[in-house]
Design a protein around this ligand. Structure first.
Ligand code: ADE
Length: 237
């Protein structure tokens, strides 16, 4: 998968794209990142990328020409999804992450200004995504969130592939509690069942804990699921 990022602050991405799972995915050539400063595509000699809004009012608006030129220089006649990070976009979730993870090429546009010229949204961008109902200083952190969640879904990116399939939100349930050694820490014990070696009982306990946790913390998620008879029974216990 190829991921292009267009930003005025390319340095923000340096550590994130080269560390941990993302860095390893790049080393394994599962993903290829290209970060471009679209100021380099400004037609003015001062590198201007924004201007005052027509009709007046405060703030600056990102001009269309540098972004169109920067993105088109890379996409040519191909038509990858071009994603604009902004608070007005569709709310991001795991389903959208799984959908985007199937693409061969994704383009992210990150802005730092008051707004984008509407022609960018209408004629360059295919998707507008928000990572939550709050306003960040720019789209970079939001793009990193989305990219992280997509790259970890690439086959081979996680050491243990089952961990992506069993994730919260992939199963529709929150994860069950995890424990490791020691079996007792400051008097707090690991549940006996996890030490029992009885695989079927452990699976049952984990499903029950996932259901309970989802019911307590995210009843909205539970309401969306079709519960099996076993799940209903576990929840009633
Ligand atoms: N840019 C600023 N705030 C944002 C948000 N919540 N999601 C995506 N992009 C943003």
């Amino acid at each position: 998968m190829r991921i292009d990022i267009f930003t005025l602050f390319p340095e923000m991405f340096t550590g994130v794209l080269s560390s941990s799972i993302l860095g390893k995915a790049r080393e394994k050539q599962l993903v290829d990142f290209h970060v471009t400063n679209f100021r380099d595509f400004s037609e003015s000699k001062h590198g201007t990328v924004d201007d005052t809004p027509y009709g007046g009012g405060g703030g600056m608006v990102l001009k269309p020409e540098p972004l169109f030129r920067a993105v088109e220089a890379i996409t040519g006649d191909k038509k990858p999804r071009v994603i604009l990070m902004c608070p007005q976009g569709v709310p991001y979730n795991q389903k959208l992450a799984e959908e985007l993870a199937q693409e061969e090429h994704l383009v992210f546009i990150c802005g730092h200004y008051e707004g984008y010229d509407e022609r960018i949204r209408e004629h360059l961008v295919t998707d507008e995504i928000s990572i939550g109902d709050y306003v960040l200083t720019g789209g970079e952190l939001a793009a990193m969130v989305v990219i992280d969640s997509i790259v970890r879904l690439q086959p081979g990116a996680l050491g243990n592939q089952s961990s992506a399939v069993e994730d919260s939100f992939s199963t529709g349930l929150l994860e069950y509690p995890h424990y490791t050694r020691p079996a007792e820490f400051r008097g707090w014990k690991v549940p006996d069942i996890l030490l029992s070696g009885h695989h079927a009982n452990i699976e049952r306990w984990r499903l029950k804990e996932s259901l309970r946790r989802t019911k307590a913390r995210r009843p909205d998620l539970l309401a969306k699921l079709e519960l099996t008879d076993e799940m209903k029974k576990l929840l009633a216990e």
